[in-house]
Write a protein that binds this ligand. Structure first.
Ligand SMILES: [Zn+2]
Length: 140
């Protein structure tokens, strides 16, 4: 998919893997780090502090709680388009050649989008669940 994207004119940097499998322990570290970062940024910009519950509600828009991330399956990828999106914004990320290539062709490679995050793609080709179930039957 990377090679096809580059051949289609995508910036190779945008198609590299930024993050893939994450253990629950790593997701816990990421969750805590981002929660603290969010709290600090509110404080620095003199916004009123939020309750822990409201802070977590805001954060869940962008970061899955530990145990609830698609990245725990090993089938989800965040591409480096994430870095571009963080710097330039979601709208510009959706206009990149990389995103347009993915939107048009990722399903040919078995990848499907998570619409709120243009950098996040999940591998779920037709028949994957049946193949996993079959393997689990063999392994026991
Ligand atoms: Zn992701």
């Amino acid at each position: 998919m990377y090679s096809a994207g580059v051949l289609a004119g995508a910036d190779p940097e945008h198609l590299l893997i930024h993050s893939a499998y994450r253990s629950v322990a790593l997701q816990t570290e990421i969750w805590q780090y981002r929660l603290e970062e969010r709290r600090r940024l509110r404080e620095e910009s003199h916004e009123p502090p939020l309750s822990q519950r409201d802070l977590e509600r805001l954060q869940r828009k962008w970061t899955a709680k530990p145990g609830q991330s698609a990245h725990h399956t090993g089938l989800a990828l965040d591409l480096r388009l994430y870095v571009f999106a963080k710097r330039e914004g979601l709208a510009k990320a959706r206009q990149t050649a990389a995103f347009l290539f993915l939107a048009h062709s990722a399903r040919d490679f078995g990848f499907y989008p998570y619409l709120p995050e243009p950098w996040h793609w999940e591998y779920n080709p037709p028949g994957l669940i049946a193949r996993i179930a079959k393997l689990r039957g063999v392994v026991g």
